[in-house]
Design a protein around this ligand. Structure first.
Ligand code: MN3
Length: 201
């Protein structure tokens, strides 16, 4: 069974003015779609991997045949990362998390503002293309990391709770070189209920 591009759960314009409709259209309909196509191409001759979830494949990446491993990291990571990205964003969102997730953030970072600053800082310092993440480890402890290209925290045994795409394709049409402005605006479209659900609460 081939991997498929998940439909965007809201309109392309739903995240305006923070993320513009044209960026969403190209990002979902072209960039993410291409990762899915190239992932399926990479797995064409690996039938035993075609029924696994992308999370299963990435968490056992060393079991993927070496000849296609980098293609699976790039395109499987691209598929997993973007599927997460669309799902944790939404209209009428933003604000701050509540409940168990808020408590875990306070425990790990002291307060929400510090988490935000760390995610933004990791995203700004990621040279070239990549992601900035809030992840939880096997014990449920939270930390901020960044990754290059489409490398996924799942490869490291970590659960991505929230991630912000800092590839230029995610923001260039509206923000050009102003990655910091994009990072600041992006928090206005984070759906904290979806993030909390990924944390298991
Ligand atoms: Mn992207």
């Amino acid at each position: 069974m081939a991997f498929e591009l998940p439909p965007l759960p809201y309109d392309f314009a739903a995240l305006e003015p923070h993320i513009d409709a044209q960026t969403m259209q190209i990002h979902h309909g072209k960039h993410h779609a291409t990762y899915v196509t190239n992932l399926n191409n990479a797995l064409a001759n690996a039938p035993d991997l075609q029924n696994a979830t992308i999370e299963e494949i990435l968490s056992n990446i060393n079991d993927v045949p070496e000849a296609i491993r980098q293609a699976v990291i790039n395109n499987g990571g691209g598929h997993a990362n973007h599927s997460m990205f669309w799902s944790i964003l939404g209209p009428n969102a933003g604000g701050e998390p509540t409940g168990v997730l808020a408590d875990a953030i306070t425990k790990a970072f002291g307060d929400f503002a510090t988490l935000k600053a760390q995610v933004n800082d990791a995203g700004l310092k990621r040279f070239g293309s990549g992601w900035s993440w809030l992840v939880s480890d096997a014990n449920g402890s939270l930390k901020v990391i960044s990754s290059a290209n489409q490398d996924s925290p799942i490869q490291l045994g970590l659960t991505p709770l929230l991630g912000v795409d800092v590839w230029e394709h995610a923001y260039y049409l509206k923000y050009q070189n102003r990655r910091a402005d994009y990072l600041n605006a992006w928090w206005n479209v984070v759906n904290w209920e979806a993030v909390a659900a990924r944390f298991g609460h």
